[in-house]
Design a protein around this ligand. Structure first.
Ligand SMILES: *Cc1c(COP(=O)(O)O)cnc(C)c1O
Length: 343
């Protein structure tokens, strides 16, 4: 069946981004492929990163681990949220390694598989997941593959980064593990002090630019194309779309395209997003509807029904236009797209 909107996904860009992050860190990178590979596709992105040399993959839950299917034999799958009581059976059967986040989870793992390797998360100030530094006594007897912590403010120049780093160094000296890791995409940009033995990028793998150090280095992975349903002329003094928020001060040519907030092109793009027809930039006119968006096409007079346009979905630019985070822009992409992998 024909689909009037398309997500073009660039495998070469995924691999390029992986390699850039690994080079920058100077240590191996494990890829965060949670939330279905940030909306891009967990299985496909895992394959691409594996081809680029990745051997550790992170999902959020055992449900995500199961949905992912088989992981390459030479690679590890790690479950960031660890083992809930209801996961015990899945954890016993699965090859995936949990990240133990609480004293309760540590106790549970000692019952489930006392001899199997696990990961552990230490909270160094974010107060989200992880054991507090004063709880590390319970880790005795575990076989820890990777000891993790997570930065709260790595995308900013915050004193919090250095504070978390020094707390993590102290913990690392006290808790034996095969490897230590604290850096997400933004943490990699902070410099090699944050690399330890493994880094855990997510966003930047998929084209997000978390900090200025990555500007010009990270390639766009996902491109959104939508087909023109109709073309029309809006006369001076007329409006367009819900709420009549666009008012034409002069006669305006417009195309209505087949994408809307149900596809993740959220209302934050109303009167602020844009699209390209060849080299011409076309502004979003008025509100984004559920399934439709109006674009001004005075710049592209030949555009007609059935033609395709590309939304400007370069993540830093689109984030500024929509005031949505680059993470939200990726993970809200809907299910109506035809997904086309290139290269
Ligand atoms: C999601 C996640 C990452 C990846 O973070 P990005 O900001 O997307 O690079 C790294 N570590 C943990 C613990 C995470 O939950």
């Amino acid at each position: 069946m024909h689909r009037p909107l398309r997500l073009r996904l660039d495998r070469a860009a995924l691999k390029h981004n992986f390699r850039w992050l690994e080079d920058r860190a100077g240590v191996p990178a494990g890829a965060a492929i949670k939330a279905d590979g940030y909306g891009i596709g967990a299985a496909e992105t895992m394959r691409a990163f594996h081809e680029a040399g990745c051997r550790t993959f992170f999902v959020s839950t055992y449900a995500e681990a199961e949905a992912l299917g088989p992981v390459p034999d030479d690679s590890a799958l790690v479950v960031l949220h660890g083992v809930a009581a209801e996961d015990s059976e899945a954890a016993r059967q699965s090859n995936a390694r949990p990240v133990l986040n609480s004293v309760t989870q540590v106790g549970r793992w000692k019952e489930i598989a006392p001899d199997r390797a696990c990961d552990v998360m230490i909270d160094t100030g974010m107060n989200r997941l992880g054991l507090s530094p004063d709880e590390i006594g319970v880790l005795d007897g575990l076989s820890i593959d990777t000891l993790h912590s997570h930065l709260a403010c790595a995308d900013e120049d915050s004193p919090m980064n250095g504070r978390q780093l020094s707390i993590f160094r102290e913990i690392a000296a006290a808790v034996p593990a095969r490897r230590y890791a604290i850096a997400n995409s933004a943490g990699i940009c902070l410099g090699r002090d944050y690399s330890f033995d493994l880094v855990r990028p997510g966003l930047a793998l998929y084209g997000g630019v978390p900090r200025s150090e990555a500007e010009g280095q990270i390639r766009q992975v996902a491109r959104v194309d939508a087909q023109v349903v109709q073309r029309r002329t809006i006369h001076a003094g007329e409006s367009c779309g819900y709420g009549a928020t666009f008012m034409a001060s002069a006669q305006t040519e417009a195309v209505i395209i087949n994408v809307g907030y149900a596809d993740g092109y959220l209302r934050g793009f109303s009167s602020s997003g844009s699209a390209f027809a060849a080299e011409f930039a076309l502004p979003v006119l008025g509100r984004v509807s559920m399934d439709l968006v109006a674009l001004g096409c005075d710049a592209s007079p030949d555009l007609k029904e059935g033609d395709w346009v590309e939304l400007d979905y370069d993540l830093p630019t689109a984030s500024e236009a929509s005031r949505l985070s680059q993470y939200e822009l990726l993970t809200t992409l809907g299910s109506r797209f035809e997904r086309v992998w290139t290269s």
